[in-house]
Design a protein around this ligand. Sequence first.
Ligand code: NAP
Length: 335
Amino acid sequence: MTIRVGVIGTGMIGADHVTRLTTQVVGAAVTAVFDVATERAQQVATTANATARPSWEALVGADDVDAVVIASPGPLHPDQAIACIGAGKPVLCEKPLAATSSEALRVLAAEVAAGRRSVQLGFMRRYDAGYLDVKAAMADGTIGEPLLAHAIHRNATVPDFFRGEMSLTDSLVHEFDIFRWLFDAEVAAVTVLPVKASPLAAEGMRDPQVAILQMAGGEVVTVESFVNCQYGYDVRCEIVGSLGTVSLDNPRTTVVIAGGRRSENVPADWQSRFAPAYTRELQGWIDGLAAGVVGGPSTWDGYAATAIAEAAVTSYAKGERVAVRLVDKPALYTD
Ligand code: NAP
């Protein structure tokens, strides 16, 4: 059985997803793409032996599209996801689910009204071998009771359109999701601390930043966000437990010892660091669809991460701790 996929948005990650679905994932074929950048869409369509469609609505409604990947800019995700839910088509929606929690709740309400899960969020870290090992060590008692965590999220540089809030809403949204998943708990409050700005930060951009997450169970997570660190892509964390710690480092690379120095490479970007996780994410999604199941990170997870990001933006603006308030969790997401 081949799942026929339509991809909305053929920019950086949309084009990557098309390539993966076409060349690495078993049981999928990309039949349709759409992008407002029509030339880019046509180029990507040609590489996948697919066709570019005149609008995202036409793609969602097409008879030769069984499932949809949404890889357009974040604010467009709610309308596109709701259209997929309405058409009865499962969707892998890139993060963030929405720009605001009220927009995220629109998607949640549409899915709850439909009575079944259609949406999987693109929180691919949950498919990364390193994070899976960390979760296992937290669950099996190796480090005793997990108490706190320290995390680092650094990008060498970011595009010109990237502004201060986006390091919270677009980058740290991954951390917000992964620590909810690792601790199996919601975030109760977030505080964003001002840090002396790097002289290389874009004008008006506060970079780096530190966020403190207080989990509902009392655990605390400190997260550094530094999106112009210059030297590479560096995502790490350490969980501190009552008996020990478990750390996630960069994937093992060659170590060179020469001339009195010991050195190893740092990943250049998120594409290389998380490549296997993206493939596992897509393969898991397709395998689930073939079995009639939508699993993985849910619309609830997307809503919760957006609500934390929103609280973080408020904290950033006001310079104070902000509580994260979520609506009651619908039964659809309680398993
Ligand atoms: P990108 O390179 O800017 O690609 C987005 C594409 O969508 C662009 O080609 C853009 O065209 C197009 N677009 C604009 N309006 C559209 C519309 N109405 N319908 C369809 N396409 C439209 O951005 P990206 O980095 O690929 O990011 C896309 C999404 O994926 C974002 O939500 C981002 O946060 C997420 N993402 C997730 C990860 C991850 O690790 N999971 C990594 C990267 C990105 P124009 O350029 O002409 O506007």
